[in-house]
Write a protein that binds this ligand. Sequence first.
Ligand code: NZQ
Ligand code: ZN
Length: 389
Amino acid sequence: MNNFTFYSPTYFVFGKGTENEAGQYVSRFGGSKVLIHYGGGSVERSGLLDRVKESLKKQNIDFVQLGGVVPNPRSGLVYEGIELCRKENVDFILAVGGGSVIDSAKAIAAGVKYDGDFWDFYEGKPVMEALPVATVLTIAAAGSEGSGDSVITKEEGMLKRGAGGEALRPVFSILNPELTQTLPPYQTASGATDIMAHVFERYFTNTKEVEITDRLCEAVLLTMIKEVPRVIEDPNNYEARANIMWAGMVAHNNIVGVGREQDWSSHGIEHELSALYDVAHGAGLAVIFPAWMTYVMKHDINRFAQIAVRVWGCEMNFANPEETAKEGIERLKKFLTSIGMPISFAELGAKEEDIPLMVEKLGLGERGTMGSFVPLTAKDVEAIYRLAL
Ligand code: NZQ
Ligand code: ZN
């Protein structure tokens, strides 16, 4: 196991009706003038926004609001949010929504405290300071409710990039699984795929002797394989929703990834798909991950056979572990299809002729690489896109 530090300061409030406590927690964490940030309307339709506002009013907390965050959130609204926060002397941001809303809130929080262009953080500058951000989560997916990451798309050139820093970890996150019951099945499944992908990015590692995190990763995946079909069958299944919601947090606050090298090339490869076609990030991952796995499998057949046996229930073929590894990838594909996810460019609506553009936008040039399990060159990435056709 590698040396590591792990700091996960978010205070989690989990369970039914907990959104009504938002005001109390904002007050406890020192917010006096709040920006409520939200998306395209689901929180208005469900009445959640009104309940959150009511709980702030009860604590006499002043607030302004800014809606309109779109999936694959854009830089334009971030600039607007920064300006609004400065004008209104906002000292606390409450994101009410999914990963896109939370990421937009984090970008605003970092931008308010920074003299330069907030986009600098999305070109690699670490975020050292930000306004406190808290969340009321409405979809189990990105894990942004516990992570120190934010992903934003810059309209100019449709560049989708990530920023990171401990200052971006939410101070508190309210997770009420009931709020996810209004999700359309496709969003539920996309979110679930993202959760599983966050585990895969960590599971496929070159670090040896990482039994504890291997086993934690497997536990999250086994939970998803059991619970996702239950919510697709019955969207109101609270217990299954609850397990998925906590799995989404565990998958990405890095507790399952400490002490090991992580890959993250599939996320980079996917971000070009969601930037270009504005598809759900999780659906893009459903297309990319099986292709990536097929492409890199030979690098460590035993690790792929291990996940096939421990997670997908395959029988180990000791004479030919590659067969076991392949069977594991086949079962992943079947699972994704069974929950309504696309597993090819064609099903996603992506086009073969755009592959060179997506490869170019990754900016790897002649010699650059991405990922660490198998460092991928531009040629490798192109081959993975083609495997996904
Ligand atoms: O905008 P509204 O009307 O709220 O609708 C949203 C949106 O259309 C809807 N929705 C959310 N909760 C709902 C609901 N509809 C009905 N009932 C509810 N309870 O679902 C749609 C998708 O929402 P979005 O926030 O985009 O989903 P998600 O949480 O999957 O976030 C995706 C974004 O997160 C980024 C992705 O790249 C993508 O931009 N990621 C962020 C990460 C992080 N910050 O750590 C890591 C991830 O790997 C990921 O890259
Ligand atoms: Zn993701």
